[in-house]
Design a protein around this ligand. Structure first.
Ligand code: LFR
Length: 450
């Protein structure tokens, strides 16, 4: 994406998009990182060709996954967090440090793929001298400089929730070499310049500026929140549902509700809960497409889903059996049956059941966020790809009883470029002012509860 930022301008131009799915290798589920990196270089060169005035590069991606390096060389393709080896890691870590203690130290909700669980079962860790989360790994390949951007580092489980520094004592206890964890940097700091050979290939010598490199951190920057009484949902593959806080809520109730404290830009806390989001729908559609050998038109499917009448079967969107890639319609049907619910008999009704079940999980998480944080919430901002799904936005409004303000779709990319622009002196200083710029340029679409 190319971003253009000015006093009353905030524009994005899409340069390239490419598929980025899991690949099954002999030892489990991985990312095809070499392909990803190749696309990035080609995309950067094309961006500079289209807009020679580009001033900087910022990188964000999903969280928790990492690449291991030795003497600057990547040891293997990074694992995918949906690989089931992490379960063994969970048992080992909790044996050494019970979850309740972990929560006090790192403030994270339990997700079986948090980096510390992955490290505990990664045999290659012993051979590595450096471990870099995905955006840091890309930044390293571009600049030759290893850093750990703080918002994403907070998803590893090895960062102190109050200190924002590596918890070396915890790492030692878990036998994770803290020497492999690089120096932390904050969003807005310059990581380094492109390596000369890459600057030549890309066509310009550019700095890489750290942004909220965790995609959700960038998305939350660009939520056009106008008051602390709004919840946000960053909805793509996942639905990240919560509120922004300036102090952590490390209570038993927050731990039991599995609410996380991921670090946000400018030291805020993203107090949120992961809901399995549009993954349920995209994996379902992927299964149907491979059965049919044909592409499914998603807007058409959702239109048909919105006309379904009568009782709508619901399932727990966060059921653990729905997290790995596979035959999602069969798995959802199994969850429905186990609960004594009927399995919808058409694809339209099935899609409706998925969307409504996600909306129920969203509404529940919003209510829990309100209860735990003591906020009286009056609206929900829904950003990301899910904001284009009108059925989901309306269902979320209906099920929560709160107005849903949908958009921007590309909140993550907007938050990324805003933090770069601010570092270059081209955008205002506070998050509130940055969000006001988003609100002026990307006014949300309102869905009132019915
Ligand atoms: C969203 C996201 C979530 C994180 C999950 C796994 O893309 O980054 O915030 O929990 O992916 O990394």
């Amino acid at each position: 994406m190319i971003g253009r930022v000015g006093p009353d301008t905030l524009d994005l131009e899409l340069v390239t998009r490419f598929p980025n799915g899991p690949v099954e290798l002999e030892d489990g589920l991985h990312w095809d990182f070499d392909a990803l990196y190749g696309h990035i270089i080609v995309g950067l060169a094309e961006a500079v060709r289209r807009e020679p005035a580009i001033e900087s590069i910022g990188i964000d991606s999903w969280a928790v996954d990492y690449g291991l390096l030795r003497d600057g060389e990547l040891l293997a393709q990074p694992f995918h967090y949906r690989d089931d080896r992490t379960e063994r890691g969970v048992a080992k870590v909790h044996e050494i440090t019970p979850f309740a203690e972990l929560y006090q130290r790192n403030g994270l909700q339990f997700l079986p793929f948090n980096t510390l669980y992955q490290y505990r079962v990664d045999e290659r860790l012993a051979d590595a001298d450096t471990s870099l989360l995905i955006p840091d790994l890309i930044a390293y390949l571009l600049t030759g400089i290893s850093v750990a951007e703080r918002t994403n580092a907070s998803t590893t489980g090895l960062l102190g929730v109050r200190s924002g520094e590596w918890d070396a004592e915890l790492a030692d206890r878990l036998e994770i070499p803290s020497t492999a964890l690089p120096a932390l940097v904050d969003p807005g700091s310059v990581i380094g310049m492109l390596r000369p050979e890459l600057a030549a290939r890309i066509g310009k010598d550019l700095p890489i500026i750290a942004v909220g490199s965790h995609d959700t951190a960038s998305a939350v920057v660009a939520v056009p929140l106008s008051s602390p009484n709004s919840a946000y949902i960053s909805c793509g593959t996942w639905g990240l549902v919560g509120v922004e806080l300036t102090e952590p809520v490390l209570t038993d109730a927050a731990r039991e509700a599995n609410f996380t404290h991921e670090l946000g830009v400018d030291g805020r806390y993203r107090f949120l809960h992961n809901v399995t989001g549009l993954w349920l729908l995209s994996e379902t559609v992927r299964t149907w497409e491979s059965e049919d050998g044909a592409v499914i038109d998603l807007p058409e499917l959702l239109d048909a889903a919105s006309t379904v009448t009568g009782d709508i079967a619901l399932f727990d969107a966060n059921d653990a059996s729905l997290s790995a890639p596979g035959d999602m319609p069969a798995r959802i049907a199994a969850v429905l049956r186990a609960d004594g619910s009927e399995v919808p008999d058409s694809r339209a009704a099935f899609a409706r059941t998925i969307v409504e079940s996600i909306a129920v999980a969203f509404a529940t998480a919003v209510q829990t966020a309100a209860d735990l944080s003591g906020r009286r919430l009056d609206s929900i901002h829904l950003v990301g790809g899910g904001s284009l799904n009108r059925l989901l936005c309306q269902a979320t409004a209906d099920r929560s009883g709160l107005p849903v303000l949908a958009g921007p779709v590309e909140a993550t990319a907007l938050g990324n470029v805003l933090v770069q622009a601010r570092a270059l002196g081209a955008a205002p200083a506070t998050l509130e002012e940055l969000r006001a710029l988003v609100a002026r340029t990307h006014g949300p679409v309102r869905f009132d509860p019915r």
